[in-house]
Design a protein around this ligand. Sequence first.
Ligand code: ZN
Length: 399
Amino acid sequence: MADYNQMLVLDLVRRSRGISRVELVRETGLTAQTVSNICRRLSDADLIRETGRVSAGTGGAPRTIFEVNASGRFTIGLHIDPARLTFVVFTLAGDIVQRLSMRTPDTPEPEAMLAEIELRIRQLIEAAGVPTDRVAGIGVATPGPIDVLHGSVRDAPNLPGWEDVGLRAELERRLGLPVVVEKDTTAAALGELWSSPRPPQNFAFVYLGTGAGAGIVLDGEVRRGASSNLGNIGHMSGDPNGPICPCGGRGCLSLTALPATLVGEAAARGLVASVDLGDARAVEKAFAELCAVAVDHPGGEEAAIVDRAARSYARVASQLANALDLEAIVFGGPQWPALMSAVLRIAPPLISKAFLFRALHDVETRGASTNDDVGAVGAASLAMWATTFDAPTQLFLPI
Ligand SMILES: [Zn+2]
C-alpha cells in the first residue's frame, strides 16, 4: 500500500496550490507519521518541495506548506491523429513548457512517421531546455484499435500502412525512454482526470476527431475493457430518421455525424469545395470552414448540417449517460473547436431532458478542461502516472 499512499499524497500536492501536512493527514486519512515519511521521500526524489511556513493562527505551531516541484519530472505526450501530430513537453505540475502541432506528414507510412516523431521529440526536449535525465517517459495516444500488450496499433482504419506497428518498441529503441501507448479516446479521458481541478468521478469523454469515440471514467477510474479498446460509439444511433447503415442500424454516428460525412454533404450542395474524403487533412480544413460559416450564419444551410450533427452527438451522449449513470459528459478532441459552438448550444438541454435519473442528480455537459491538445496532454499525463506515481501496473502499464 505504500506506493498507493505515496501516489495519493503526490496527487493531492499536485492538485493543490500548496497544502500543509495537517491538510494532507485530513484528506488522506493517513497518520501524521506516515504523511511525514511520504513527504520526506517525495522531497528526496525532487517531486515536491517545501515553500515556507505559515502561521497556523493563535497558539499553533507554524505549518509547512508543500507544493509540487514542477521541474522535478517531465514527460512527453504525443497524439497521433490522421490529420495532425501534436507533441507536448509536460511538467509534473501539468504545465506545457513546449508544444508542437503539425500536419501529419504526406507519407504517414510507419517508417517515415517514426523517424519524424523521433526527430521532433529530440528537438522539443532540446528547445524546452529540459535535463534529459528528468524526462521520465513518453505517452502516445493513437487511434485504435490498439494491441496494448504489445504497444502496437492494429489495422487503424484512418492510418494507411499501419497494419501492425510496434509503436512502443520502436520508440523505446529510438529514444531510449519508457513508452506507454493508449487509445486516443481513453487518453483524452485521462487528460481530463489529470487537468480538471475537481474531475467528475463518472463521466464520458466524447472524443471528436476523424472518427468519434468515448473514453469512460467510472468511480474515479478510467475504464479500458478486455483489450483496452473500449469506447467505439460509431455505430450508436445519433439520428432515428437517418439512413440505414451497413451495420444494419439506422443513423449511426459514423454514417451521419463525422467530419468526412458532413463535408461530403456540404460539398454535394455546393457549400464547400469538393475534397478527397479519404484525406483526413483536407477534410479537417474543409470542416473547419464549414463550421465557421455555420457560426456566422445561424439560419443557413451550413448551420443546418452542423446542428444536426450536434443533435446526433447529444443523442448518443444521452444514451451513454443513461446506460452508465454518468454525472458529466465532456466533449473534446481535435474537431471540438470546430463543433464547440453548435454542441454547447444544442446538447446540454437535450442531454438533461433525456436523462433518466434527473430526480436524483444532474448530468453536466461541457467542453474539456484542456482544449485541442487533449490527446497529447492525456498521453503525457499517462506517462507521468505510469512512471512517477508508481501507478498500479495493471492499470497504467502493459504487463
Ligand atoms: Zn452502423
